[in-house]
Design a protein around this ligand. Structure first.
Ligand SMILES: [Mn+2]
Length: 430
């Protein structure tokens, strides 16, 4: 097993930065206390924040044109776990890993659970995959899976999802996330209503196989691989399906799966209100489902989403507790670095939303003072909360500067030596 980041190295690197951090933390604490905010209470919340890493994200991504494999990328779930452990060792907010089946399928799930336990990792939502055919598959998903016109293909897709629940039980997961590529490429190709009826019928069978303490998360996506219509194209179809299935079915919001300029934070608010917000796939997007690193392009949008989430947290909204996960494609960066950076970026949005003056915001909203409402949010967003994030990592045994320690460790070069590229690694184009 590849050696993980040495604790001595983390401590040595932290020691160089600690004095400056304490000064910055004190200064920020003073600033926040003038607004009645206790910085240590915010830091404690930052320490409790968790966002899952997708197993496939530890490999280099790609596009439908090409994939350029990176050095030492993981070749199987065991190596993906090692990389995930490195990410969590340094960032201290990614103790959960979300697997993808059959990409991550193993013969012995109890061995996989033991390995994750030994690395200090837990399992997040199980992702099923019926958007591609497996070698030797008897009934194809070319024309869809859960909504296929062929009952045999639908049955195969249903069974795969039921199998995923079994794998998840062995890993102590509590969630199944279903995204299907079903849709059409030509106007008239598909009878919209009948296709949606077939999808719902299939999903009802999967829902019936769900343990009582599990949730079923439905992920929508407006296009690709189908380019004319998609069965669950937006949050409307998503929530209709979730409502039809029952209380254990909820909607999952992938930030890249909307039309450009859609008001995602408002969708989030609606789902919270009707107890249908299941979780998130965080990433950023310029044109479509670009899978850019979270917060790299629209950090204010990410903050506004967390403004809704923190509002629900402070209001103790019933049945509120969405799963947070990263879902992005790393084409030109080291995936470990991107995942650490992105986890911290999402954590930053959470912390920034925590320091919004909600009493004042409510007053301004009631008085219809639009300018001051906007300024109240901007004040929180433009406050540099870096010392809180850094202190949270330091207090949990992580790195003040995760990227610097990671680069110092030489982990990637070592992985490159130990993991010769075998061509296929089950990660990649997502
Ligand atoms: Mn996604």
């Amino acid at each position: 097993m590849t050696q993980r980041i040495d604790k001595g190295l983390i401590a040595e690197q932290n020691a160089k930065l600690e004095a400056n951090l304490k000064e910055d933390y004190q200064a920020l604490g003073n600033k926040l206390s003038r607004d009645g905010i206790n910085i240590d209470e915010i830091t404690a919340k930052a320490e409790a924040f968790q966002i899952a890493v997708p197993s496939w994200g530890t490999g280099t991504g790609g596009t439908r044109f090409a994939r350029f494999p990176g050095e030492g990328e993981p070749r199987n779930i065991w190596e993906k776990l090692e990389d995930s452990a490195v990410i969590n060792d340094l960032s201290q907010c990614t103790e959960r890993v979300s697997p993808h089946f059959p990409w991550d399928k193993v013969d012995d799930f109890s061995e996989l659970k033991q390995t994750s336990d030994s690395l200090g990792l837990k399992w997040d939502s199980i992702n099923s995959n019926t958007f591609q055919d497996q070698p030797g598959q008897e009934h194809s998903f070319k024309y869809g899976s859960l909504s296929n016109t062929s009952a045999a293909s639908r049955d195969l897709a249903i069974q795969h999802n039921l199998d995923c629940i079994e794998y998840g039980k062995a890993l102590d997961s509590k969630t199944l996330t279903v995204w299907v590529g079903d849709g059409s490429n030509h106007p008239g190709q598909q009878h919209f209503q009948h296709a949606f009826e077939r999808y719902l019928e299939s999903m009802k069978t999967i829902y019936a196989g769900l343990p009582a303490d599990w949730e079923l998360h439905i992920e929508h996506k407006m296009f690709e691989p189908a380019f004319y219509s998609t069965i669950i194209q937006d949050w409307g179809s998503n929530v209709l399906a979730a409502m039809e299935l029952g209380p254990q079915a909820k909607s999952l919001v992938d930030l890249g799966h909307h039309a450009p300029n859609v008001n995602i934070e408002m969708i989030v608010s609606r789902l919270i209100q009707f107890k249908k917000l299941g979780g998130f796939h965080f990433n950023d997007s310029k044109y479509g489902d670009d899978d850019l690193d979270s917060g790299s392009l629209h950090p204010y949008q990410q903050f506004l989403i967390f403004n809704e989430l923190v509002d629900a947290e402070y209001r103790n909204q019933a049945e509120f507790g969405p799963n947070y996960m990263l879902d992005q494609s790393h084409n030109v960066t080291d995936p470990i670095e991107s995942l650490m950076n992105s986890a911290a970026s999402v954590q930053r949005s959470y912390v920034s939303a925590l320091i919004v003056d909600r009493t004042k915001l409510t007053e301004y909203q009631t008085a219809n003072d639009a300018l001051m409402c906007s300024n109240t949010l901007k004040k929180a967003f433009t406050t540099d909360v870096s010392p809180i994030l850094e202190m949270a990592r330091l207090r949990k045994g992580g790195a003040i500067d995760p990227i610097a320690v990671y680069r110092q460790s030489g982990y990637r070069a070592q992985a490159g030596a130990e993991r010769p590229n075998t061509g296929g690694n089950g990660s990649g184009i997502v």
